[in-house]
Ligand binder design. Structure first.
Ligand code: UDP
Length: 319
């Protein structure tokens, strides 16, 4: 079998953003499920090291490509997972136009390919479609509270457009789309300096620097370990459902509590300092995951302490 093998008992999956944090873990899971996997990535925020262990695997192929350009792949494709996008607030604040392009043009190209190949299309959407939510916890039928012209809007609106485009292709062309709304996820292969709270706090704690809590740290987030998230995505991909479905861990902490968890897990004696809160930083976030339970029989399994221990072990020799 090779990375160009045909539709058979070995489905072909194309993963945009395949060298990213989530994309690379998804490639691993798909390979373990017997798929032939083609990862596409322009390596702007993705990292080839995330897939270096797959070099030489006959069932895996990497294509260095910007998915906002014309997308071509010869041969059959069973699943297209559209996971390419800058995903951390500092990345999408630095790359606002690329973020809008990959969510809009990139999604259009990937859906066009899905239509041409009669593939299932799985969109990595986000809890950011709920913006600074006025409903708590967030259910899938909540339409959100997004500032379209604020700095975060480039990500939020790109993903909202991507969802709209996916459902338009579903209604108009019958493409079998699935939309997963991904909540805060952590684990090995995050970038140490991507600015997100998990690598930021772990890096600071391991270096003995103060942990930078933005605002007064009363804002909340709910953190899901990456293997749980990938399991939910895989279950949705092979299910008959279209979503959108929230996948995340509903254990909610304030950012200040989370800083304390990191200090405990690393054994660090770092101080906690306050820094200005970014514009439009959501005040609360927790997924309602009843739908994922009912439709997919999914629930997260990895407790925070276990997930953090694995993540800290990954970062230990990188700080
Ligand atoms: N945050 C923080 N200190 C940091 C980085 C982030 O207090 O060094 C806060 C941020 O303001 C937000 C939360 O942690 O309230 C989660 O931020 P992250 O960038 O990880 O993801 P978000 O959920 O905001 O997309």
């Amino acid at each position: 079998m090779t990375a160009s093998s045909s539709r058979s008992s070995h489905p072909v999956s194309l993963v945009t953003g395949g060298a990213g944090f989530l994309g690379s873990h998804l490639c691993d899971r798909l390979l373990a499920e017997g798929h032939v996997v083609v990862a596409l990535d322009n390596l702007v925020t993705g990292n080839i090291e995330n897939i270096a262990h797959l070099a030489g695997n006959d069932c895996f192929r990497f294509i260095h490509q910007d998915v906002t350009e014309y997308l071509f792949y010869p041969g059959p494709v069973d699943f297209i997972f559209h996971f390419a996008s800058p995903a951390s607030p500092i990345d999408y604040l630095e790359l606002p136009i690329q973020t809008l392009k990959v969510g809009s043009l990139g999604t259009h190209k990937a859906l066009g390919l899905a239509r041409a190949k009669n593939s299932r299309f799985i969109l990595a959407s986000t809890s950011e479609v709920y913006g600074d939510p006025l409903i708590h916890p967030q259910t899938e039928n909540y339409w959100g509270n997004v500032n379209p012209i604020g700095p975060r809007g480039v990500y939020d609106e790109a993903k909202r457009f991507a969802e709209a485009m996916a459902f338009a292709y579903h209604r108009t062309h019958g493409v079998d789309v699935k939309v997963v709304r991904i909540f805060n996820t952590y684990g090995p292969r995050m970038r140490l300096r991507d600015g997100r709270v998990v690598p930021a706090f772990i890096g600071q704690a391991l270096r003995g620097e103060p942990l930078t809590v933005f605002g007064n740290g009363a804002q909340t987030r709910s953190f899901c370990y990456v293997s749980d998230l990938i399991d939910g995505i895989y279950r949705l991909a092979v299910s008959p459902h279209h979503g959108p479905v929230n996948i995340g861990n509903p254990t909610e902490l304030t950012v200040r509590q989370f800083a304390q968890e990191i200090l405990r897990a690393t054994g660090s004696r770092s101080a906690i300092v306050e820094k200005p809160l970014p514009v439009d930083d959501p005040k609360q976030r927790r997924p309602d995951i009843r739908l994922a339970g009912e439709l997919l029989g999914w629930q997260p399994r990895v407790p925070l302490a276990e997930g953090l221990a694995k993540t800290i072990a990954f970062f230990k020799d990188k700080v």
